[in-house]
Design a protein around this ligand. Sequence first.
Ligand SMILES: [Fe+2]
Length: 382
Amino acid sequence: MTTYTDKGPKPEAGRFVCFDHVTFWVGNAKQAASHYCVRMGFEPFMYKGLETGSRQVAAHVIRQNKIIFVFQSMLEPGKPAEMGAHLVKHGDAVKDVAFEVEDLDAIFKGAVQRGAQVVAEPWEESDENGKVRMARVQTYGDTTHTLIERSGYKGPFLPGYKPAPYTDPVAKALPVIGLEVIDHIVGNQPDLAMTNVAEWYEKTLMFHRFWSIDDKQITTEYSSLRSIVVTNYEETIKMPINEPAPGKRKSQIQEYVDYNGGAGVQHIAMKSSDIITSIKNLKERGQMFLEIPDSYYKLLREKLKSSKVKVTEDMDELQRLRILIDYDDNGYLLQIFTKNQQDRPTMFLEVIQRHNHSGFGAGNFKSLFEAIEGDQAERGNL
Ligand SMILES: [Fe+2]
């Protein structure tokens, strides 16, 4: 495991602020949005579709505190063709990870000069709340990054969207989850593609390496991975990039790549400041998580006895909920991973709580891999 301190040169102009929202292209946006509301505690937020004058694409926007997911589906047979092709190839999947930026022109121009592939040149959209400027570049696989400059806009989301025309009465009967903000978004790459992708972020967006791990540290009997985390200068946007490493059997990263039809977003990690309540309530809502065996906690309790760090949460409760712990001398993190959110063994979610620890759970990767391998074996993919 390596942590990096060199942020590289500070960009002369332009600044990445934070994750803005994540766009999924799915077969049925209405139902997908409802799934994330009922199971994960999001609420209907904004909408566009036939009723608002959007003739080809329906979009259901849901929100939980600062986390915004947009589910989009095509309305007409065969149109837009790109959405249809994406759905056939990837199934329900993340299409775009949007970043809020300052000085869009400087960031876009610099990125293009340094080799970024343009999906859409800067454009402007406006309504009674002001104007938003956006541009879009290509990243790994069919995934894109939309850059959004929204300082001139006072509306709740983006021009063209209307408030969701419905609330979900079921939500009132369900416990609050309390996910606050996106912590990191992970992209899986095919074999030996990770370094190039990490370098793309360094070169074109002027991100820098934050953390990395090689396959010697994350090998189970069967599978392995390598990962490099890249981040913006202010370190507010973390993008881990994974690739499979050779093992006795198929790596879970390779299983993702096979079922996704190439690179794509593997998981979205969301922060909670009370993970015990969040997970208890997510389980009550029927969200399913990877199961870790009791042996993990037995070993962990032993190891923690000789550690400088003190976990303040109730260990019995953490064990009961199957929340994982990773730590060093200065702090610890608590994390848990959902099962895949769709039939394909591709995208899933993570809930994370940090206590002075900025890692990504490397100490848990092995246990996690073993849990995933149990599921992989059931799918006949190990
Ligand atoms: Fe993660």
